[in-house]
Design a protein around this ligand. Structure first.
Ligand code: SF4
Ligand code: SF4
Length: 475
């Protein structure tokens, strides 16, 4: 008898969520036609097949080569009771501390974007009180001791009535680097506002919403043509040379054809230290989003960047070891009007194994350590420059070339792809490595960003999570 052969390679078993009812279901990771899929089966809603990576070779690279021992929070906040992901957190089962901790200080916003994971808008008038915010900050510090990055977010955080008091409260704590996640409207329109922000430099960075250079994608994602707002905000930030990262929400078929142009644009801005690309997460308000049409995986975004930008090669845009399935990163140096990617600084024979199309580091423990330290999301522009310099100095033969001259913080340019898990893609192996965390307003918990948007934001814990918890075997 001829054996029945599956059309895929079975890579592993995991658990995931039914995208319809959010119950935990059995799942398989399989590789088919060079792509990675999650095969799920819900007893009630049947089978699901979700694309999690369109480039299986790259995905396997992250899984098999870019692994490091998990770094833990100092103090977990919840017990293991109902099972992951119903116990956030951070519970003792989580496998990564917060490289970046979000602090949402308001639900209010001066825009009402069709795509907003927080569901913010002008109609939402609730701001967290300063006392609540101080409690959230204290929880972040209790978990992290010296948090690498705290990012103020919302809603639009600059609209908080005590915004500068919040910044001061952050500064009173041992936070290495502060980020402001903003739509840029107040920076663009209010005289003196950018200058006040600049008082918080150098350990301060603007994380500026910047989805497109075109009108149509901005209208689709933000409900308005924000080009002149971005232009005015960047003019002010450039004049102050205030460190800025452009943040691009990427939706398939909308703005995924202009990623290279956005990188080129970013490189021309004096203040911009990098671009972060975030494929749309199916969470919160997502008008016009059809997961079957508009979802993008990290490796699809990576492929588009490599196709559209002549600067980076595949060896440059590599997995970030703390969460390789969801984070990829590339470095370049801006010097003397030239942009050189990391691999451009190094003899390819030293760093790249052409056969495997990857970075060679495994045989050299110190190179591996410095590579993993540099490719981490917990860096400010200053610390990234230091980490990159240490990496370059580690490479044989490089000291006399680029490594001999330490790059300054404003010469380092980083491209990051940051994918968040949603009801389609979340699996329990993967979510435990999430290193982007968010402070719950109760001041008692820090929750992975991915699960926060599914189960813990606003009233979701009572409305959605409580019945799911009730259906588990926990006491
Ligand atoms: S996602 Fe992390 S914190 Fe949340 S329940 Fe799972 S292991 Fe715990
Ligand atoms: S995405 Fe940002 S700018 Fe848009 S409504 Fe939400 S909080 Fe406001």
């Amino acid at each position: 008898m001829t054996p029945r052969v599956r059309p895929y390679l079975f890579y592993g078993a995991t658990q995931a969520l039914c995208a319809t009812c959010l119950r935990i279901v059995q799942a398989k990771e399989v590789i088919e036609d060079g792509k990675v899929f999650l095969l799920k089966r819900c007893p009630q809603h049947g089978p699901e097949k979700v694309l999690v990576a369109e480039d299986a070779a790259y995905w396997r690279l992250g899984r098999e080569k870019f692994l490091k021992p998990p770094e833990q929070v100092v103090q977990p906040n919840t017990a293991h009771r109902y099972g992951c992901p119903y116990d956030c957190g951070i519970c003792p089962e989580h496998e990564q501390h917060g490289c970046l901790s979000l602090l949402e200080i308001t639900d209010h916003c001066n825009l009402r974007c069709p795509t907003c994971y927080a569901g913010s808008g002008p109609e939402r008038q609730t701001h967290r009180s300063l006392a609540v915010i101080e409690g959230m900050l204290d929880r972040i510090v209790a978990n992290e001791v010296e948090p690498d990055i705290v990012q103020l977010s919302g809603g639009e955080p600059t609209l908080h009535p005590e915004f500068f008091a919040v910044l001061d409260a952050c500064r009173r704590r041992p936070i290495r680097h502060l980020m402001l996640n903003t739509n840029g409207v107040r920076i663009a329109t209010e005289a003196g506002f950018a200058e006040r922000l600049a008082d918080y430099a150098p350990r301060f960075e603007v994380y500026l919403q910047f989805d497109s250079l075109e009108e149509a994608p901005l209208k689709a994602l933000r409900g308005a043509d924000l080009r002149s707002v971005r232009e005015k905000a960047l003019a002010k930030l450039n004049a102050l040379n205030l460190s800025t990262t452009l943040v691009v929400t990427v939706r398939k078929g909308l703005n995924d054809g202009e990623l290279g142009r956005i990188i080129d644009f970013a490189l021309q801005q004096r203040c911009v230290r990098g671009v972060t690309f975030q494929p749309v997460q199916d969470a919160g308000r997502n008008d016009g989003f059809d997961p079957a049409i508009h979802r993008l995986t990290l490796s699809e975004v990576r492929r588009r960047i490599l196709e559209q930008s002549p600067i980076f090669r595949p060896e440059d845009l590599i997995p970030v070891p703390c969460h390789p399935d969801c984070l990829a990163m590339a470095y370049a140096l801006k010097r003397d009007g030239k942009v050189t990617p990391l691999t451009g600084l190094i003899d390819p024979q030293v760093l790249i194994d052409g056969g495997r199309n990857t970075i060679v580091y495994e045989a050299d423990a110190s190179l591996r350590t410095e590579l993993f330290k540099a490719f981490s999301t917990n860096h400010s522009p200053h610390s990234a420059a230091g980490a990159l310099h240490r990496l370059l100095c580690c490479l044989p033969g490089i000291g006399a070339v680029a490594g001999a001259v330490a790059p300054s913080y404003d010469q380092v340019f980083r491209v990051i792809i940051m994918q968040f898990l949603d009801r389609h893609s979340l699996d329990l192996r993967n979510v435990r490595k999430s290193c982007v965390h968010i402070a719950h307003p109760d001041g008692r918990r820090i929750i992975p960003f991915d699960t926060y948007n599914l189960f813990y934001r606003d009233d979701l814990e009572q409305r959605v999570l409580a019945p799911l918890r009730a259906g588990t075997q926990a006491p």
